[in-house]
Design a protein around this ligand. Structure first.
Ligand code: NDP
Ligand code: GDR
Length: 350
């Protein structure tokens, strides 16, 4: 056990909530930055961390305000800082590239600049992304693969990655970036394709919906479970030297296959319910992503514990439980069966 103090930006998000749990389990004192609007509306905005609220320390700050970030960092001696906050939805970055750039690039710069000024010894993690590889230059993608981002989001993450590397090289700070491939779970936002599919399949099974409209079913992604991927973030910050690592499952599967598996768990055929709708296509797509995480395996000793099937089963099971509960449906008496937990699920809340 440790008595270290860590700061997480984006603690209310999917990864922030799993990382907070993981660091608490290691004995960390966990602090998080949240937007003031979230503090004012905890019931709606803190669903992923509701079960942790008496164990963590939250501070109001925005990635869009340097003084607010400076103020939080000036008040505590953080040993580690995990920078997860971002406008993280790729499709939205095509709608509003300006705010995506502002939050993701300037927000990262504000944080690095404040740390350099106040706590240069604090170890820093940047949430890089497989979207940085975009139109891939080689397959599988690894740390040395050149970047070719295909969205304002991907471009913003390349800039954040370069800022992080430059603070490491220019000021000798301990700055590491994870190049994380897609990771999902029952806490995933509803706008991302995996959760959109599992939630819709469940609603269809329960008679609450009749179809789901999706975009490119032939896009393929390297999907893992967020609970596995946050362990890699922590491992990166406890190494003797800072470095960048790809974190991925090493397998790629299509959106179509994800649909097929999720609906099949509920004894449904996805082809009866999935409607392809042009509005969910992107102006520029990343067609195929698959990562080579051999450096993370070798240096960090990291490996995923979830298979894709276990991930989908957990997402379907938790969506069934919450959607049925919210609609007063008794799964037992409706005769709806669902997969038993194959792993101890730490999921609590919405
Ligand atoms: P989420 O979208 O679930 O969470 C994003 C977090 O950022 C939320 O806590 C959100 O707060 C916060 N945030 C957004 N804008 C601001 C702002 N202006 N000021 C303060 N906080 C803000 O993302 P994930 O947990 O899935 O991802 C975490 C990080 O990892 C992101 O940087 C993402 O880009 C990156 N990433 C994610 C991958 C994935 O597959 N999940 C893969 C690779 C990288 P609020 O709740 O108030 O909206
Ligand atoms: P992605 O995730 O863009 O990879 O970014 P998303 O789940 O949004 O899309 C994955 C693939 O599915 C295709 N798709 C659809 N996507 C959505 N959201 N909605 C649809 O209806 C739909 N139909 C097909 C997309 O075109 C795409 O090819 C995620 C985010 O978490 C980023 O923050 C992170 O950096 C990357 O993963 C790695």
């Amino acid at each position: 056990m440790t008595s270290k103090r860590a700061l997480i930006t984006g603690i209310t998000g999917q990864d922030g909530s799993y990382l907070a749990e993981h660091l608490l389990s290691l004995g960390y004192e966990v602090h998080g930055i949240v937007r003031r609007v979230a503090l004012e509306d905890p019931e709606r905005r803190f669903t992923r961390i509701a079960h942790l609220l008496d164990k963590i320390n939250l501070h109001a700050a925005s990635l869009e305000s340097y003084p607010s970030i400076f103020s939080v960092i000036s008040r505590f001696e953080f040993e580690e800082c995990y920078h997860l906050a971002a406008q993280s939805f790729v499709a939205e970055s095509f709608q509003d590239g300006f705010s995506t750039m502002n939050i993701n690039i300037n927000g990262t710069h504000y944080l690095l600049a404040a740390l350099k000024e106040l706590l240069p010894g604090c170890r820093f993690y940047f949430a890089g992304s497989s979207e940085m590889f975009g139109k891939v230059q080689e397959t599988p993608q690894k740390e040395t693969t050149p970047f070719h981002p295909r969205s304002p989001y991907g471009i913003s993450k390349v800039a954040g990655f370069e800022l992080t590397r430059n603070y490491r090289e220019a000021y000798g700070m301990f700055c590491a970036s994870g190049l994380l491939f897609n990771h999902e779970g029952p806490r995933r936002g509803f706008e991302f394709v995996t959760r959109k599919i599992t939630n819709a399949a469940v609603r269809i099974k329960l008679g609450l919906a009749t179809e789901v409209r999706l975009g490119n079913l032939d896009a393929t992604r390297d999907w893992g479970h967020a609970a596995d991927y946050v362990r890699a973030m922590h491992l990166m910050l406890v190494q003797p030297t800072p470095d960048d690592y790809v974190v991925a499952s090493g397998e790629t599967h299509s959106v179509r296959e994800f649909c097929e598996r999720a609906f099949a768990i509920l004894d449904l055929d996805y082809q009866d319910f999935v409607v392809v709708d042009d509005q969910f296509y992107r102006p520029a797509e990343v067609d195929v992503l698959v990562g080579d995480a051999s450096k993370a395996r070798k240096v960090l000793g990291w490996k995923p514990t979830y298979t894709l099937q276990e991930l989908i089963e957990e997402m379907v099971r938790e969506d069934l439980r919450t959607v049925a509960g919210a609609n007063g449906i008794n799964l037992e008496s409706s005769g709806i069966s669902y997969p038993e937990a194959s792993k101890a699920s730490s999921y609590i809340g919405g």
